[in-house]
Ligand binder design. Structure first.
Ligand code: ADE
Length: 231
């Protein structure tokens, strides 16, 4: 039977999911808590990584290599770049890039290192399942490139630069790490984010206010996807 990893970065991002699991078992490993359980008969392993690319890389790797997950769904919040994304809106990544990866001094484009890719695409089957779920629920699901970096962006100039350089619609701090790990290990993955702020001068204030509500919007959607995914 397949085992689905559900990952977030912060406790608020996974709490609404853990609360719905049956047969819950907690395991502490490598300074992370992993919640094994089932949702409507589907085996899942849920964890939050802590914020940022390094922690996210560690957790995604463990979910696959130690806990044996064969698909990974990420749920969480993001800052909007695109003007048509408002607080609470859902966006799925069609690809992820690292906006803070920079060896341009050697003539390479931003986000690129040799043997890597600027933008790693997410699994098309999982994206299509998300679209079906959204249609069934009458929800609008935006789709676009999500840019990841080890920075909380609260600056309009930086956000616009990221938007122009990577053609990105939203930004966050973990998605591209999950993409690198899953791509290397050949694990289908999916990144969903609900908007918590607009990565501008009000971002930290908005983030604090909307983290919980936006995280819940994303988590509820992920649970509906698990329900739809064929076992
Ligand atoms: N996640 C949510 N909002 C963010 C922001 N403004 N910068 C980075 N990550 C975020």
């Amino acid at each position: 039977m397949s085992k689905i990893a559900i990952m977030g970065a912060m406790p608020e991002e996974v709490a609404p999911i853990v609360a719905k699991l049956d047969d819950l078992k907690e395991t502490v490993y490598a300074a992370n808590t992993y919640y094994e359980g089932s949702y409507k008969g589907q085996e899942v392993v849920v964890a939050y990584s802590k914020i940022g690319k390094v922690f996210a890389t560690l957790t995604a790797t463990m979910l696959i290599e130690k806990f044996g997950c064969d698909r990974l769904l990420f749920s969480g919040v993001a800052g909007a770049i695109s003007d048509d994304l408002k607080i609470g809106d859902l966006i799925i990544a069609d690809g992820l890039c690292q906006h803070d990866l920079d060896i341009t001094a050697f003539g390479h484009p931003f986000g690129y290192v040799p043997e890597g890719e600027v933008c790693i695409p997410t699994d098309i089957t999982l994206r299509n399942i998300a679209k079906e779920v959204a249609e069934g629920k009458g929800l609008i699901l935006k789709e676009g490139i999500i840019a990841t970096g080890d920075q909380f962006v609260a600056n309009s100039e930086r956000k616009e630069w990221i938007g122009e350089t990577f053609k990105a619609s939203a930004l966050e701090m973990e998605g591209a790490s999950v993409a690198v790990v899953c791509n290397a290990l050949d694990i289908p993955f999916f990144i969903l984010r609900a908007i918590s702020d607009s990565a501008d001068m009000d971002a930290s204030f908005n983030f604090d206010e909307f983290l919980e509500s936006s995280a819940k919007i994303s988590a509820d959607f992920i649970l509906s996807m698990v329900d739809t995914i064929e076992r």
